[in-house]
Write a protein that binds this ligand. Sequence first.
Ligand SMILES: [Zn+2]
Length: 603
Amino acid sequence: MSINPILKGVSNGFKPDPRYTVSEYADDKRILTSESSAEPGRWRTSRVPFAREIMDACSPQNGGSQVKVMKGTQIGGSSIADNIVLCYLDIYPCPILYILPNQDLAKGTSQRRITPAIRNIPTLEEKILGGKSKKDIGEMFTKRIPGGGVTLGWSNSTSSFRSFSARIVILDDVDGFGEFGEGSVMALGKKRADAFPTSSIIYINSTPTYSGESNIEKEYEESDQREYFMKCPECSEMIVFRWELFVFDHSNYVLKGEVKFSCIHCGTLISEKKKAHMMSENNGARWIPQNEGHEHRGYLIPSFYSPWVTWEKIAREYLEAVKMIKQKGDEQYMQVWQNTRNARPFIKKLAGVDIVDRNSRVEVYSAQVPSAVKIITAGIDTQDDRFEILVLGHAHNGELFVIDYAVIMGDPQFATTQKELDTYLNKKFTRVDGALMKIEGTAIDTGGHRSKDIDEYVRHRLPDRIFGIKGSSVKDAPTINKTMYQLTDRNLVSVGTIRIKDNFYAKLAIKEAGVNFVHFPDIEVINKEFFNMLTSEKRDDKGLYVPIRKRNEAIDCMVYAIAVIDILLVNVDTLQHPLIHIGEAEMIETVIKPIQDNYMDEF
Ligand SMILES: [Zn+2]
């Protein structure tokens, strides 16, 4: 037991005992009020034994760390953050920054949590420098003390904290943080502690939201991923509360009988009555990393560990959520349950196509270009170190034929890389009768880091029908928006990617050759990875495309290659067999008759 530094007399100029931890402070000083707690009175860490290590990981002894908590509700998560703030204010004065999702939450945290908590610790209350009136404990969003203080900021107004420098940074409820065009709020928040590299503590906590979008999911993944293990009362092996191991019965989604936990080692069904005993540190319960060795600490706490919510209640809510899915197809209840009780990010049910078996989708073309193809276009994705190119053949009735896929390595801003691209785009593709077809139009992505260079590249290639495009993922964006091009007097076009993807994925789902079918050649570059990239995005329930895999170049290229037809205003169904130019060997060219002649004149 450490000596209480208050008794040692901090005010007399003595340094506090550096071993004094946040949990010891909370046990010594914290009084929970009815405003902030279901269980008012003295704080006892033993009530929530899993919280001890989390709080102590935030003690000064662990300076320079990030502590991340992915939690369910009713496990005392906010109290942990408050204890950290109070301990530093009282014992280790320094600048503290506490960021919440919005100003209302910051106000509520100040009024209902921080201010009453300070009021209940007289030694701390007297250190707080005055607010507007004598009755105020500090100001609404700032509690200053000699040597430091706590400032509340909110994520949707980064100006509320961006100029701030703090030793302790608390990022609370981070799945409520948005993105506000100045880069990640998370990164901006963490940066506030840069001035204190060895003594800072960054404490991050939240209930998760959707997988792939959740801030706390990302943070927890980048941690040592601790879970709270306890001894099985029967076999003494270490076990962890996971939802899959809870056992209960129901009749028509109404819970029947007791909810028990089954030991993964001995199969014994454990009653909730044994929970408190099992969770006790004296009984050997402890956090065990599942991703050992990571520099940041991460803690996962589902609500099954809560002393304030029963397994029975959690199981009833679960059954209700299952019922809503089965009877109404409504997943929202399950999403809430997964996030708030199981403390796991919810995986959206996404609409999309998967091609798992490459060999069942590819076919041997009669030639490089099948005879049904009336016009060839190309779509190019620009990366920092390469171009990726898809060459696409369009036939009548919406039928598509992938002709080729190529990668040109090299930084797109360099003339050498651009020259190599030119060479590729001038390639001729052989038709079954031996005639050659060329790419009639190309759309190249001008987003990303090489934007200016690609703008410049396309500027000189108008006669080659190479168009710079910017993808627009606005839901109702038209497939092609000429406004941008008209404004800038260049061959730059905005492409509504959602509509084109909708259309393409609908085609991809068709299983029989014919109208709207997409054909793939049996060539080496059209491999498993190509199909993974092509199906790397799925539509969520809001109608937006979300990535499910990292690499997506092929689908982007496909969208651009399709967009070319709209940019050229070609009606593929009216195109006749491409003409062979007499005298130009076997060179053939598609006769393009734009739908609106005046549109092409503008180029
Ligand atoms: Zn057991």
